[in-house]
Design a protein around this ligand. Structure first.
Ligand SMILES: Cc1ncc(COP(=O)(O)O)c(C=O)c1O
Length: 391
């Protein structure tokens, strides 16, 4: 429950000028977003594979309706709160793509009772046992995918290892048919070249298809083969054997994705509107009211070819101001400086000047906001779309 004194909905009205917006505010360029959606859609159409967008990036019905004009799924979620919210908007085919834990089973049951076909994932016999016990206790049916480790990035079982078949045997014996396999080739984010992303996409595909073939040979139906990350989805050259692709961050893109040449800086659809609040001329700093709470602490570009600090500073038309980045961030203070660190290189931006700052990681930055302030082609505020965070 929100505290009584907190505003529940402070969304500005359509038509409000940017100058009137209280900052920091999260801006969404609708035309850029739409272009990003079309790019992913046409790529997946060409590859002949279904799309199950990951809605963890946007956490917004307005954005997700544009991803899926049909309006009711399929979608991928990263929290059960996302599943609740989208179920409330009529989505019934939902993949919860984080391994299930015992304390979430009551929540899963509540979603099933709302007619949601919620698919769960797991990667151990230990978790399979939990579901088997729950099935025996409650008589509930579960739709389960086994997570495959296609690149050593995070979780999952090896596609050619013995655990895969052990888990399947355990599930099938407990009356839980293996619905499919899924993987997320997160190593694609570290790919130094587009060729390396292409190779990672093929590695992701081949590992998951191999796992599905082994499961089928062992007697499971395993109809679903699900892969996905934004880089591999956009650069895969073939996806034979794959039935669906999950991707999320492409809808907005960010500096991290631009840093590995998956998009251009001018494809980035979200930016933080901030206002100049002071200066430190001796250091060449301009202070703004967007610190790490507004930008997130994500410094993902620090390990890339070009370190973008806490974000790239742009003018109100979202054109980067040459070599100006957020060099530092405290909780509510952002420090704008010249990339070179030389005080005399930074332009003077008077107090009250508004800038737009492109984020390193769109999912992390958007998480702090209750709304997207949606901009039309002329830069005017078209609408304010609610979004949520948390669990
Ligand atoms: C399981 C899973 N699937 C799909 C995705 C989508 O990846 P991206 O945001 O790169 O599109 C993620 C992202 O973290 C994920 O964890």
């Amino acid at each position: 429950m929100p505290h009584d004194n907190l505003p529940i909905d402070d969304a500005p009205q359509a038509g409000t000028a940017l100058a009137q917006l209280e900052t920091p505010a999260l801006l969404l360029d609708e035309a850029r977003m739409q272009r990003n959606i079309e790019r992913m859609r046409s790529r997946l159409q060409a590859l002949g594979v279904a799309f199950r967008p990951h809605v963890k990036t946007n956490k917004s019905i307005d954005v997700t309706r544009r991803l899926l004009p049909g309006g009711t799924g399929p979608i991928t979620v990263s929290t059960l709160l996302e599943a609740d919210y989208f179920a409330g908007h009529g989505f019934t085919d939902i993949l919860y793509a984080v391994c299930i834990a015992p304390n979430k089973l009551a929540h899963v049951a509540a979603l099933q009772d709302r007619s949601v076909r919620l698919s769960l994932i797991l990667d151990s016999v230990e978790t399979a046992r939990l579901l088997a016990d729950e099935r025996q206790r409650s008589g509930r049916a579960f739709e389960v995918l086994i997570e495959i480790d296609s690149d050593g990035h995070r979780s999952g079982v090896k596609p050619d290892g013995p655990e895969l078949l052990e888990i399947a045997r355990f599930l099938e014996a407990a009356g839980i048919p293996v619905k499919g396999v899924m993987t997320h080739a997160g190593s694609s984010y570290d790919s130094p070249t587009v060729e390396a992303i292409r190779a990672m996409a093929e590695q992701e595909r081949a590992a998951t298809v191999l796992a599905a073939q082994r499961l089928r040979a062992a007697g499971s139906a395993c109809p679903v083969v699900s892969v996905g990350s934004t880089p591999t989805a956009l650069f895969a050259e073939r996806l034979d054997g794959v039935t669906e692709v999950r991707a999320g961050v492409f809808v907005f893109f960010d500096l991290f994705m631009a840093g590995i040449d998956v998009c251009r800086v001018d494809d980035i659809a979200v930016s933080v509107l901030a206002t100049v609040i002071g200066h430190r001329p001796d250091k060449g700093w301009t202070l703004v009211d967007a610190g790490w709470m507004a930008m997130s602490r994500d410094r993902g570009t620090a390990g890339q070819r070009v370190d973008q600090g806490y974000g790239v500073v742009c003018d109100l038309q979202c054109r980067p101001i040459e070599d100006l980045i957020l060099v530092g961030a405290n909780q509510e203070h952002g420090i704008i400086g010249h990339r070179s660190g030389r005080p005399d290189n930074a332009p003077h931006l008077p107090v009250g000047t508004q800038v737009r700052i492109l984020p390193n990681h769109a999912c992390a930055t958007a998480a702090a906001y209750r709304h997207y302030q949606v901009l039309g082609p002329d830069g005017a505020l078209l609408a304010s779309w609610p979004r949520f965070s948390g669990w």
